[in-house]
Design a protein around this ligand. Structure first.
Ligand code: ADP
Ligand code: ZN
Ligand code: ZN
Length: 659
């Protein structure tokens, strides 16, 4: 007997091994086996297929069979193959991404669990919530996916909880997917109180043995469970999945972009749900344009929740024209006098303030006032960010850090000037402006120390911080009752990205930050901007999602972007700049021989050089009517043709489907 084995390596193919006779009674598909591969290395592979073969070729023997029962279900193997085809990713990459490292190393660790008793204290839904909940159940009779568009603080979580209870009552499992930073302790504690031991947690911060424990619990499938986790939870071995809830469905962290497999957990959830006949609920206050258009065109059902819990009004949003304020000298540092006023009013009412700036560090670059020289990273083509607390300069792409010497390497001029500003600077200015109040900062620098994230959140919750300065971290999922004002220091740098989703992401971030204010009684939002007339900002102020959506769709239609087509990005990288440029030109030329997609570029990505390597991107715009199998086959053919050209065999190429 022979076995086809998936190895945990980024290789396009699977490998065949001989099953020695003594293993024949034990071995089955989905089990782990130890095999030799390459120069005496032993890997743990997964049996994908078992078959008989008359002619014995020169295959190697399987060294050992590690399981008595499959640890990967047949459904998972099927899903892996679909994903491998869809995302142009080797099966081995999917195996590595999907299976906890301890299982790949065969270190089965028994972990302790601290079981918390369930008292099932789900809240009683309000009249509106009940109506929406019923509507969702109604829609599920016809549609497999429903989008819940509910404003911030309308109680979407309460509806998710009821739907999960409903799935458990029908003897089904449920999966609750949240973005990376959506997994707040507030949400976890709430779900733990309700679901107790039925709740399984799966994300990047838990230990590998905890991951294995979740995996094995689901495999045993003795009792129905609720899994809450980040994107990689879609790879768990579910047996009778009934419901997938995707909270904050617009969040970009559901897509893995930086490593293969470059999957989108929302699409994988779609494959999973189809296989199980399960239902998907997407929830958001600011749905992605793609999901909302699916709801508009009837592919998804649409349910709404248009009032906040307790009928609290959405905050009043004030736009502050910083161009005007600078001209009239009504600025103190990066704070307009208007902003200083609303902060003072809020603090006087003993309410708290959140200040948002989407960049960390003190200044974004140091520039020579004489010759314009900017200190850049030695590995990447980006300026170094100045961190005043540590008095160092660091690269936010590769982590390269140097001490701060404030002089120009070109002309020797001393006294470099700060360009742009980050959270450190906002914090220090706020502290100077409001010396009698406690100002703290929450960004990934501040959260680096163990437990400090939870500590800062808890201190803020106990009202021992008056002003909290933060990045994206503060915009999500945090439910504080006493925040009277949320302010955005510079809305412009949210919008000025060379990305067709820049405005969509800016709208989402602004609405989400606004949503942090006034969850108990009506709050305020202040937005500083150089372009107060932008339609986008007015959609934010009037909380006008439908018109925001219309404007986005018009633009996407005009320039042919998703949802009017699909995008696949092909990136080439090499240490030689000219070489990667000419290679990319050649690959684009070969790709253009196909009529099934249009080829844009090659272009420089926003950052051309990262960690000594130069990048070039080619973008394919693919009609929605053509099957991904056909398109991906054409891409692979083009790459194969390209690789036959002398010199181009080893250029690194990555494919990112559905960017
Ligand atoms: P969303 O997810 O829509 O932003 P949440 O589900 O977090 O909103 O609800 C906002 C706040 O209102 C939370 O503190 C929640 O506990 C409370 N809340 C919502 N619905 C109810 C309800 N039916 N009964 C009691 N409290 C509720
Ligand atoms: Zn200089
Ligand atoms: Zn760098």
């Amino acid at each position: 007997m022979l076995a086809e084995i998936i190895l945990p390596l980024p290789l396009a193919q699977t490998y065949t091994y001989i099953v020695p006779q003594e293993f024949e009674p034990q071995i089955s598909v989905g089990q782990r086996v130890a095999v030799n591969f390459g120069a005496k290395k032993i890997y743990i592979g997964i049996v994908l297929r078992l078959f008989e073969c008359g002619i014995e070729k020169k295959y190697k023997n399987i060294l050992q069979v590690l399981d008595n029962e499959p640890i990967i279900t047949e459904q998972q193997l099927k899903l892996w193959q679909t994903l491998s085809e869809y995302y142009c990713a080797p099966l081995g990459d999917i195996y590595t991404a999907a299976v906890p490292a301890d299982l790949r190393k065969d270190k089965r660790v028994k972990s302790r669990s601290k079981p918390i008793k369930a008292d099932c204290e789900a809240k009683i839904l309000t009249e509106q919530q009940t109506e929406t909940y019923q509507k969702i159940l109604e829609l599920f009779k016809e549609k497999s996916t429903v989008l819940l568009h509910g404003i911030t603080s309308s109680g979407k979580t309460e509806i998710y909880i009821q739907l999960i209870i409903n799935a458990l009552q029908q003897e089904k499992n449920a999966l609750f997917l949240t973005p990376e930073i959506g997994l707040t302790s507030q949400l976890m504690e709430r779900l733990q109180r309700i679901f107790g031991e039925k709740l399984l947690v799966y994300h990047s911060k838990i230990t590998d043995s905890q991951r294995v424990k979740v995996w094995e619990t689901l495999l045993q499938n003795t009792e129905n469970k609720v899994v809450i986790g980040t994107r990689s939870s879609v790879f768990l071995p579910f047996k009778n999945l009934g419901l997938i809830v995707i909270d904050e469905e617009h969040d970009p962290s559901f897509k893995q972009s930086d490593a293969s497999p470059r999957y989108n957990a929302k699409s994988v959830a779609g494959f999973l749900a189809k296989d199980f006949g399960a239902k998907i609920l997407l929830g958001s206050a600011t749905p992605s344009v793609e999901s909302y258009s699916n709801a508009q065109f009837g592919k998804y059902g649409l349910a709404m929740l248009e009032t906040r819990y307790n009928d609290i009004q959405l905050p009043e949003i004030q736009l502050i024209d910083t161009k005007e304020s600078y001209r009239k000298k009504r600025m103190k540092g990066h704070f307009s006098l208007e902003l200083i006023d609303v902060i003072s009013e809020t603090l006087a009412k003993k309410e708290q303030v959140i200040l948002f700036q989407n960049r960390r560090g003190f200044s974004l670059a140091l520039e020579c006032p004489e010759c314009g020289w900017v200190q850049k990273c030695k590995n990447c083509d980006v300026p170094l960010t100045y961190h005043r607390l540590s008095n160092s300069l660091s690269c936010h792409y590769c982590g390269y850090t140097v001490g701060n010497q404030r002089f120009c390497r070109e002309c020797g001029c001393v006294g470099l000037t700060d360009k742009g500003f980050g959270t450190e600077q906002v914090q220090s200015e706020a502290q100077l402006l409001f010396p009698n109040f406690k100002v703290a900062r929450l960004d990934s620098d501040a959260a680096k120390k163990k437990n400090s994230f939870a500590e800062i959140i808890a201190t803020f919750e106990h009202k021992n911080i008056d002003i909290l300065v933060g990045t994206q971290i503060v915009s999500k999922g945090i439910d504080f009752s006493n925040v009277g004002l949320a302010a955005i220091l510079n809305a412009d740098n949210l919008m000025n990205f060379p990305d067709f989703r820049a405005h969509e992401n800016a709208f989402q971030t602004l609405v989400q930050i606004s949503g942090r204010a006034g969850r108990q009684e009506r709050g305020k939002v202040a937005v500083q901007t150089f372009s107060p007339d932008l339609p986008l900002l007015n959609f934010v102020c009037s909380n006008d999602y439908p018109n925001f959506f219309k404007a986005q769709m018009a633009e996407r239609h005009l320039f042919n972007y998703p949802p009017y087509c699909r995008l696949t990005k092909i990136s080439l990288k090499h240490k030689d700049k000219d070489f990667v440029r000419s290679a990319a030109e050649k690959l684009a030329e070969i790709l253009r021989e196909n009529a099934d997609f249009s080829v844009l570029g090659p272009d420089n990505p926003p950052v051309e050089k990262v960690q000594f390597l130069f990048y070039r991107d080619i973008l394919l715009k693919i009609s929605n009517l053509i099957s991904y199998k056909k398109v991906n086959a054409e891409i692979f053919n083009a790459i194969a043709k390209f690789r036959q050209i002398p010199g181009y065999k080893y250029v690194m190429i990555s494919i990112n489907v559905d960017v």
